[in-house]
Write a protein that binds this ligand. Structure first.
Ligand code: ZN
Length: 280
């Protein structure tokens, strides 16, 4: 994406008729994960705004978008695949002040004046440009840095390189299983086997860890098990699955005991007030 191009483009307000056709659930696309309105109406300050979630800080704010007409494909009616119009949309989060931009594609070839006049066109795609994707939920600060650092980096690079993300996550999972679950083998597949046979995890987590081997097709790619940090091809959904599994493991291992302890402390205070002995 040539950002300079978008900065040079003249600001135009997007017409009311340009509504998204179908929201996508892809994290990198704008429908679904963050509800975006049809944008600024004629004169963006007059338009009604909707609440949206900022992809930088995850806070909710009133979105006000500026649309910059970028250009269009062919006007040839015989070539529907190239009859497109592209618009860069920009919005500043009122909570964190950071800029959000998306590249919106319309079905149909519109000149800038047609676009500004509100000629009907359907939105067929809406992709984040800044930031490149919706971030994952921030990790609670109780997660020790020795695990959190790899996880955070794996989350950051997910949109650009699922391969690099998966390598960081595998390395992180291996380190966690070694340090916290007593799985000392040098191979991740054997560590997972160790954890599954020794127990200690609720069944949904055991299944999630087991699925790391299957989703990543360790049988066909033993290097993923032998050299976890190696950057090699990933299966569809593998990088996301690794992050999801790590997040669940961290929650189970670090967060749930803290929450339980807080509830026990609260109960002990009540028991003390009632003149009864604390829980053992
Ligand atoms: Zn923000």
């Amino acid at each position: 994406m040539d950002i300079q191009l978008s900065l040079r483009a003249r600001w135009v307000s997007s017409p009311r008729s340009h509504e998204p056709a179908s929201p996508s659930s892809d994290r990198n696309q704008l429908g679904g994960m963050i509800p975006l309105s049809s944008g600024n109406m004629r004169g963006h300050k007059e338009g009604r705004t909707k609440m949206t979630k900022c992809p930088h800080c995850l806070q909710t704010f009133h979105e006000i978008w500026n649309d910059h007409y970028l250009g269009r494909g062919t006007t040839d009616k015989e070539n529907p695949y190239a009859r497109k119009t592209w618009v860069i949309r920009k919005c500043d989060c009122t909570e964190c002040g950071r800029t959000i931009m998306s590249l919106r594609t319309y079905d149909g070839s519109l000149s800038e004046s047609e676009f500004r006049d509100g000629l009907a066109a359907t939105v067929t795609d809406d992709q984040f440009v800044v930031p490149k994707s919706m971030p994952r939920k921030p990790l609670p600060r109780e997660i020790p840095d020795e695990f959190a650092e790899d996880y955070r980096e794996a989350s950051l690079v997910l949109a650009d390189s699922p391969k690099a993300s998966a390598a960081l996550s595998r390395r992180c999972l291996q380190h966690f299983l070694q340090e916290k679950m007593g799985a000392k083998s040098s191979e991740l597949a054997a560590q997972i086997e160790h954890v599954l046979t020794t127990g200690g995890l609720p069944s949904h987590l055991a299944e999630a860890i087991d699925a790391v081997r299957r989703v990543g097709n360790f049988a066909a790619h033993p290097i993923k098990s032998k050299h976890t940090g190696e950057v090699i091809d990933v299966e569809p959904g593998e990088a996301e699955w690794l992050l999801d599994t790590l997040e669940s493991l961290f929650d189970f291992y670090f967060i749930q005991p803290i929450e339980l302890q807080k509830r026990r402390d609260a109960l002990d205070r009540k028991l003390k007030e009632a003149g009864k002995p604390p829980l053992k």
